[in-house]
Design a binder for this molecule. Structure first.
Ligand SMILES: Nc1ncnc2c1ncn2[C@@H]1O[C@H](COP(=O)(O)OP(=O)(O)OP(=O)(O)O)[C@@H](O)[C@H]1O
Ligand SMILES: [Mg+2]
Length: 239
């Protein structure tokens, strides 16, 4: 299952008066179905805001966001809830529930839903797929950062997302573990076919995506394929 993403003239402003912040300033972007794209740019450039609007966690002020044929910016509450179920989110700080086991964390998103599969069975399969077979009963506090992020990735996948949005997925990890997590995300994207948008400060993570879209003050200032990248560009990436 896969889906394209399209943004037309998307704007988002936070606050008003002196405190007014333009977080997204007329973004046009097309991500073909099945592609993976990195979003880069300095802190505050609008990466998370863009992901939140695509995932319908936050509403755009104006412009259009289409995911496949579905116009997110024209959805009612019920349609938004349905849209969100087709999107997997992975965050920098994992956001696991500390009182729940790895297995129950993975199950959590589908707990209130009718699903055509056995939840615990599917969750165990996904934990095995991310390299955590045998750790189903572990609590987050008993897992390393990389292992916790693997649980979070399995959790993001349990609803069979059409689209995976990852916000600094390696930001809290050392570079070797970050590379493993990046490899895992791309392997899963290849296997499951979902479209992937990854916000990152890390060049190695961005380079793994076929394409890098750089933001500055809520605008796209560069859009290039990894192998076209020129040296010396200010793209907010750490080497
Ligand atoms: N809920 C909010 N209320 C007010 N301002 C916000 C809110 N969310 C984001 N902003 C502002 O919007 C701008 C863009 O923020 P955003 O979080 O999208 O940046 P980012 O590129 O993800 O940064 P970082 O690399 O630090 O995660 C920033 O100036 C931020 O302070
Ligand atoms: Mg952010």
């Amino acid at each position: 299952m896969t889906v394209s993403v399209r943004l037309d003239e998307v704007h988002k402003v936070f606050g008003r008066g002196e405190g007014r912040i333009v977080a997204c300033d007329g973004v046009d972007l097309v991500v073909p179905a099945g592609a993976s794209v990195a979003l880069t740019g300095a802190s505050g450039s609008g990466k998370s805001t863009l992901l939140h609007m695509i995932g319908a966690v936050e509403a755009a002020d104006s412009g259009r966001i289409l995911v496949g044929e579905d116009e997110v910016t024209a959805m009612n509450r019920r349609e938004l809830a349905r849209h969100r179920r087709g999107v997997g989110f992975v965050f920098q700080r994992f956001h696991l529930l500390s009182a729940l086991t790895a297995l129950d964390n993975v199950i959590a998103p589908v707990l209130p839903r009718k699903v055509p599969f056995d939840r615990a069975e599917r969750a165990a399969e996904l934990l095995a797929a991310v390299g955590l077979g045998g750790r189903e009963r572990a609590l987050p506090s008993q897992l390393s950062g990389g292992q916790q992020q693997r649980v979070a990735i399995a959790r993001a996948l349990i609803g069979s997302p059409r689209l995976l949005l990852a916000d600094e997925p390696t930001g809290a990890l050392d570079s070797a573990t970050g590379t493993q997590i990046t490899d895992l995300l791309h392997a899963l994207a290849g296997e499951h076919g979902f479209t992937m948008i990854v916000a990152t400060h890390e060049r190695s993570v961005a380079d793994r995506c076929g394409r890098i879209v750089a933001l500055s003050d809520g605008r796209i200032v560069n859009d290039s394929w990894t192998n076209e990248r020129t040296n010396g560009r200010t793209d907010g990436l750490n080497d």
